[in-house]
Design a protein around this ligand. Structure first.
Ligand code: FRU
Length: 323
């Protein structure tokens, strides 16, 4: 990890501790109108770190809100315990970005039964009884990636090539939607061959590296890699680079964080990424709106954007990064 990233993480951790210290029983919290609990699945992945930064920045604009953030440490059991804890603290609203659907549905239902309004962010659960879902449209993003893959492989009706797809977490809706959307386009092309059968890197760069290293050993030619997120697409790129084969193929990822995926595209390491905006700020705004008595939609879908070499530098500039 770069020193700058470590400092960022240290600051974030400090901020998390500071916010969590404001339990509803503290004097400061009692002066606040609303206590909102946010159960985050993990804090180490770059997209999660950005997500927490976004929600903390939004919280700073609302002096009447006491935000408690918990870290599920990427484990279902830990996240279930976190939510049970927030329910016991009788938070006014619960925001949750779950590790996976099945394992977190029960505790979300418990919160709903305890009359706590629940806002599900990014990954879904297996119930629609929550107050609201806020996140990106993963099917749409998958479709955009599939359409672009077909273009890169020779165009509609003519596309040809060997494709490696590295799945995100199998128990999550985003991974399935990103797969389904992609295949709506690529399955129409008889010239496209898939080299792997449902291999999951669980959203992690190192796991994707290993999957790709094996795929490279077993296949003489690979034309395109589709990673369900940028860390995995980049992990695959690194494996190809270590095998001296990175020029042989294209790499597509998803997330499009300026300081991660967009920079990788700008450097020519990834061919494309698709923005998957974090629901941190919007999720908190919606919860506050609801608590203040306003009506909210059942679903708020955040927009996406395709990033290629054509617009990467411009997107970096828009985000204050010197390309
Ligand atoms: C981070 C992450 C992102 C991905 C999202 C899907 O934990 O893996 O990279 O877009 O979760 O839920």
């Amino acid at each position: 990890m770069k020193r700058r990233d470590m400092l960022g993480l240290a600051a974030l951790t400090a901020a998390l501790i500071a916010t969590s210290a404001l339990s509803p029983t503290s004097a400061l919290a009692q002066e606040k109108k609303w206590t909102i609990g946010f159960s985050q699945v993990t804090t180490i992945e770059p997209w999660r770190a950005q997500f927490n930064k976004d929600i903390l920045a939004e919280a700073a604009k609302h002096p009447d809100v006491n935000l408690i953030i918990t870290d599920g440490e990427d484990k279902t059991e830990k996240q279930v315990a976190d939510v049970e804890n927030l329910i016991r603290q009788q938070v006014d609203a619960l925001l949750i970005s779950p590790k996976e659907s099945a394992g977190l549905t029960g505790v979300v239902q418990e919160a709903i039964e305890a009359k706590i309004p629940v806002f599900v962010l990014d990954r879904n659960v297996d119930t629609k009884d929550y107050t609201q879902f806020v996140g990106g449209d993963n099917k749409l993003i998958g479709r955009a990636a599939g359409e672009y893959a077909v273009e890169l492989l020779g165009g509609k009706g003519k596309a040809k090539g060997n494709v490696v797809e590295i799945w995100g977490g199998m128990g999550t809706e985003p991974a399935h939607d990103r797969h389904d959307g992609f295949h709506e386009f690529t399955d129409k092309e008889p010239g496209i061959k898939y080299l792997l059968d449902k291999q999951s890197g669980d959203w992690k760069q190192d796991q994707a590296y290993n999957i790709m290293a094996t795929a490279l050993r077993n296949n003489e030619h690979i034309d395109l890699v589709y990673g369900h997120n940028d860390p995995m697409a980049y992990g695959a790129y690194l494996a190809a680079k270590d095998a001296g084969r990175e020029k042989e193929m294209k790499f597509i990822g998803i997330d499009g964080l300026p300081n991660e995926g967009v920079q990788l595209v700008n450097k020519g390491e990834l061919t494309a990424t698709f923005v998957y905006a974090t629901p941190g700020a919007e999720g908190l705004r919606q919860a506050i709106k609801y608590l203040n008595g306003e009506k909210v939609e059942k679903e708020v879908i955040l927009p996406t954007k395709k990033i290629t070499k054509e617009n990467a530098a411009e997107v970096l500039k828009e985000n204050g990064i010197n390309p």
